[in-house]
Design a binder for this molecule. Structure first.
Ligand code: HEM
Length: 220
């Protein structure tokens, strides 16, 4: 889980960096340029296969771990105060992971499916087109897709919820990945925990700001 977790943590940094280019407020030009690069570069495309394999492995390993934990104590403790010795989010990795998975299914349907199977990201040129024109345009781009998807307030709410679950999941997962590799040290573990907290919050705040900013018209 640690290895697949590290890979997913790295993916999120790249994904968040590229998406954050929408904040340049240049009609999505810079974002689309890099999305186009990512969508057409052979090495990135090969890594994409790795990403989906790792994502699947991470889910399967998580389910197996949950099963093992259950089997290790078939009869629950008569008196249990888990809140006294572990944080809520570290005990709820399964629940949070499931919420993220539900979010991901919707998310891939919104962006990845049309971009890979509808040829959206590869269309040139990428000049801005008005939203009303969009429906009649053959020229699709991912920035336009974001504007369309995030017009719906419910979608925005689901995304913010999904990202919030991701934040909690990462808060525990980041440090836990290091522990899996035996890095558990009096001096370094608190530093790793702090970096993990900062990483989780920065990544998730940026992700949450994307649908919110587009819906509110802060970026265009
Ligand atoms: C909330 C703001 C987010 C926005 C606006 C966003 C946007 C996008 C877009 C436009 C794509 C398509 C990229 C392409 O096909 O070239 C994409 C793909 C993807 N996103 Fe997100 N994303 C967000 C958050 C997330 C989060 C939180 C996760 C993970 C938990 C995630 C996981 C993925 C995955 C796995 C793909 C497919 C990977 C690929 O394209 O190779 N995204 N996203």
């Amino acid at each position: 889980m640690g290895l697949t977790g590290f890979f997913l943590i790295t993916f999120l940094i790249v994904h968040c960096l590229i998406n954050s280019m929408i904040f340049f407020n240049d009609g999505g030009q810079t974002f689309n340029h890099w999305a186009h690069f990512m969508g057409t570069n052979l090495i990135i495309r090969i890594m994409e296969i790795g990403l989906f394999v790792f994502l699947l492995l991470h889910i399967i390993q998580g389910l197996m771990l949950w099963q093992q934990n259950k089997a290790a104590r078939p009869i629950a403790y008569a008196v249990s105060h888990p809140e006294r010795n572990s944080a809520w989010y570290s005990r709820s990795m399964g629940l949070l992971g499931t919420l993220i998975l539900l979010f991901l299914v919707l998310h891939l349907y919104h962006f990845w499916v049309p971009s890979r199977f509808g040829g959206m990201a590869s269309i040139q040129p990428l000049e801005p087109v008005s939203l009303s024109d969009y429906a009649n345009q053959e020229a699709h781009n991912l920035y336009r897709e974001m504007q369309i998807v995030f017009q719906n307030v419910w979608v925005v709410i689901i995304y913010v919820f999904g990202v919030f679950s991701l934040c909690w999941h990462l808060m525990h997962g980041f440090q836990s990945a290091f522990q899996t590799f035996g890095i558990n040290h009096k001096k370094y573990t608190p530093i790793i925990k702090t970096i993990g907290m900062a990483y989780s919050i920065v990544i998730c705040v940026l992700f949450a700001l994307m649908p919110i900013s587009i819906y509110m018209g802060w970026v265009n």
